[in-house]
Design a protein around this ligand. Structure first.
Ligand SMILES: [Mn+2]
Length: 356
């Protein structure tokens, strides 16, 4: 297992030297957020990214994300061009030693929350998902809330470029069925996985967050059966998943330790996002501290399942709260994620001592 921290490149206010000071962290998970979706990540840009990380003595082996152009998701005739670009980006990423690409296939939008900074009683703040709010809000209203609350940090999945034409994009999904969407994802996999094999890059799809339909759009990567169906679309071990405990865990019917056991044993989990969440009602929750007793997810059992499976992929603490007066990109402050990484490493360390 390698413990990593997500870093937003030049859009991140956290210096790599600070990340390097977190014990046990081997590298960063990063991206080139300023390249428009669908365009090739050119070799000089990619090389610079790798050099900056290595210059800080941090490994750069996981990219999150290389986003998928909407034409691929929609299955439009233009998709082959964007798939070609994607493969070209993979070649360049291979040249700097990238081992895993995390991506998602969520239509139009990425993750959604109803509040980015929800005040907790201890005067920390955290992201909140209130299903009643999200089900009754328009996309424009939600996007406006993000713009207002985000302190002008660019939020992954809510990039201004994406939001500019969001209503237009949503309209393109009129009549998109789940079955058609499954076909589109298979088309993408069958085209890309041979390149993943050639360049030795594991593709790791991120589950949909939340794992149920919002704004009338289909959601596929939501539960055990759908993950199984996804993995069976292309059986190469290079076609795998990012196991995100917070995304899948938002549906309490998902047994996360069981998912880790099943898919990790098959070598299909390449990357893990571990975070905790605290349910306030069936579909409403806030993102709590990683510490198991602070939230509702069985964090110890999840880490143990990874340990028992001999997991040798990458883990990162996922979103953290804002604590100690930090002002930063929602979910991606330094302090609480550093605490989270130490909690997860502490569990791992204890398992090593007790089970060896
Ligand atoms: Mn995640």
């Amino acid at each position: 297992m390698k413990m990593t921290i997500r870093w937003f490149g030049k859009l991140d206010s956290i210096p790599l030297s600070f990340i390097k000071q977190i014990p046990g962290v081997s590298g960063v998970v990063t991206s080139l957020m300023d390249i428009p979706v669908g365009e090739v990540w050119e070799m000089d840009q990619v090389q610079k990214l790798g050099e900056v990380c290595k210059g800080a003595n941090l490994e750069c082996e996981v990219i999150e994300s290389v986003n998928i152009h909407e034409d691929i998701k929609l299955g439009l005739p233009n998709r082959d061009k964007y798939i070609e670009n994607y493969a070209e980006t993979m070649k360049n990423l291979h040249n700097i030693g990238i081992k895993v690409i995390c991506y998602n296939f969520m239509p139009v939008l990425d993750w959604a929350r109803s509040t980015l900074f929800y005040d907790l009683p201890d005067s920390s703040s955290t992201m909140y998902f209130d299903n009643d709010v999200v089900m009754n809000i328009t996309l424009d209203e939600l996007a406006a809330m993000y713009r207002k609350e985000s302190y002008r940090y660019e939020m992954p999945g809510w990039e201004p470029e994406r939001m500019k034409k969001v209503n237009e994009t949503i309209a393109q999904y009129g009549g998109m069925t789940e079955e058609k969407y499954w076909e589109n994802i298979k088309y993408f996999l069958d085209a890309i996985i041979p390149f993943a094999e050639k360049y030795d890059i594991k593709m790791a799809i991120h589950p949909d967050d939340p794992p149920w339909p919002i704004f009338g759009l289909p959601r596929l990567i939501t539960c055990r059966n759908n993950i199984r169906r996804f993995l069976d679309l292309n059986k190469s071990p290079y076609n795998g998943i990012t196991l995100c405990t917070g995304s899948l865990g938002a549906n309490s019917a998902n047994d996360i330790p069981a998912l880790v056991k099943e898919f990790s044993k098959e070598g299909r989990i390449h990357f893990a996002h571990i975070r905790n969440l605290k349910f306030e009602s069936e579909k409403s929750f806030y993102e709590s501290a990683h510490y198991e007793k602070a939230g509702s997810l069985p964090i110890f059992d999840i880490v143990e399942a990874f340990y028992d499976a001999g997991f040798d992929g990458y883990i990162r603490p996922d979103h953290g709260r804002m604590i100690w007066g930090e002002i930063n990109r929602a979910g991606y402050g330094l302090y609480d994620r550093a605490l989270g990484s130490q909690y997860l490493l502490g569990i791992w360390n204890a398992l090593e001592r007790l089970k060896k």
